[in-house]
Design a protein around this ligand. Sequence first.
Ligand SMILES: Nc1ncnc2c1ncn2[C@@H]1O[C@H](COP(=O)(O)OP(=O)(O)O)[C@@H](O)[C@H]1O
Ligand SMILES: [Mg+2]
Length: 359
Amino acid sequence: MASISLRNVVKKYGAATVIPDLNLEIEDEEFIVLVGPSGCGKSTLLRVLAGLEAIDGGDLMIGDRRVNDVPAAKRDIAMVFQDYALYPHMTVRQNMAFALEMRDLPASEINAKIDAAAKLLDIHPYLDRRPKALSGGQRQRVAMGRAIVRDPQVFLFDEPLSNLDAKLRGQVRAEIKTLSRQLRTTMVFVTHDQIEAMTMADRIVVMKSGVIQQVGTPEEVYEAPINLFVASFIGSPSMNFLPITLEGEQLRLAGGDSLPLDSGLSTGVSGPDLILGVRPEHFEVVPEGQGIPAEIMLVEPLGSDTLIHVRAAEQDLIARVSPDLRPVAGGSVFLRPIAGKAHLFDSATEMRLIGKNGK
Ligand SMILES: Nc1ncnc2c1ncn2[C@@H]1O[C@H](COP(=O)(O)OP(=O)(O)O)[C@@H](O)[C@H]1O
Ligand SMILES: [Mg+2]
C-alpha cells in the first residue's frame, strides 16, 4: 500500500518529448485508470512508475520514498502486461513462484501464497499446466496471480484485457475491480477503452499527447468534461457537437434553426464561436415546432435502446432513442437537448464554459 506522487515528470526518447511536464497525486489504495488514445504515452508513464524507464526531469515518489534512482526490482511494484509475459517453459505454479524464489522465501511460505492467490483467482485446476495449455482468460488470471503473490505496494496494469473477447473482458473487468477492493492495494490501470475507464476507476486520468487533460471520478469526467477532447473521448457513442451563436435567450444553429437557452447553459457569454455539446442519450424526441428537425439517415437497434443517425442543423448527429419510437431510415423526428444536460464550449480555446450553477 502506498500513495504515488508525480511532480513535473519529464520523459524523452532522444529528441522526442513524450511526457513534457506531468503532475499527478495518486492516493493510497486508489484505483486510477489512465485513459487516452493510442500513442499518448500511457505505457511510457507506467514504465516510468515501474522503473523500467528513467525520467528526464521531475520527481517520482512512492509513499515517502523518492524513487527516481531506485531500480525496478527495489520499487515493490508488480506490473501485468498486455501480452501477460509468462515464462512458456514453466508451469503456472513455477511462474507464480519465480519472483518469490528470487527473494529466497521458504518453500512453505511460497506455496501458501500461491494457494491463496489461486483461490482468489480460481486457477487451482491449472497450477501444473504450462501457459500454452491455457486460454487467454486463464493466462490473464495467471499473470495477475503472479503479481498478487508478490504482495506489492502498487499494481500496474497495461491494457491487460485487450486480448480477451468482449464477454470475457466484461467478466474480468468486474473481477479486477472486486479484487482491488479485497487487496486494498494502489492500482494504476492503463486502457484506451473509455468503458473500462468508466466502470473500473475511482478516478480517471484522461491523457492526450503526454499531457493530462482532466482528472476526476467517472461521473465528473462524464458530466463536466473540461474540454472538447475529453467530451468526445468519454462516452459512447461520442458527444455531438453543434456550432452555435448565442443571441439573448436563443441558441442559433447552423442552417437557421434555433433552440431556447436552457438554464443550465446560462454562462454569461453571448455571440458566435460557441459549440453546443449534446450526448446521444441527452436528446429527447419532441413534437414538431419544439425541437430541431432531424432527417433519419440510419437506424441501429441495440435492443435496450436505438441509435438514430440523423442530419440536423447541417450536422451529422447521433441520438439514443426509445425502441418504442420505431424510427425508420428516411423518416424524420424533432430533437431537443434535455434541459440541464447540454454543454457549452468555446470553439477557439476548446474549453468548457462554466455555467451559473457551476456545472
Ligand atoms: N522506446 C521508445 N523509443 C522511442 N519512442 C518511443 C519508445 N516507446 C514509446 N515511444 C513513443 O512514445 C509515444 C508514447 O508511446 P506509448 O507510451 O507506448 O503510448 P500508449 O501506451 O499510450 O499507446 C509514442 O509516440 C511512441 O512511439
Ligand atoms: Mg501502450
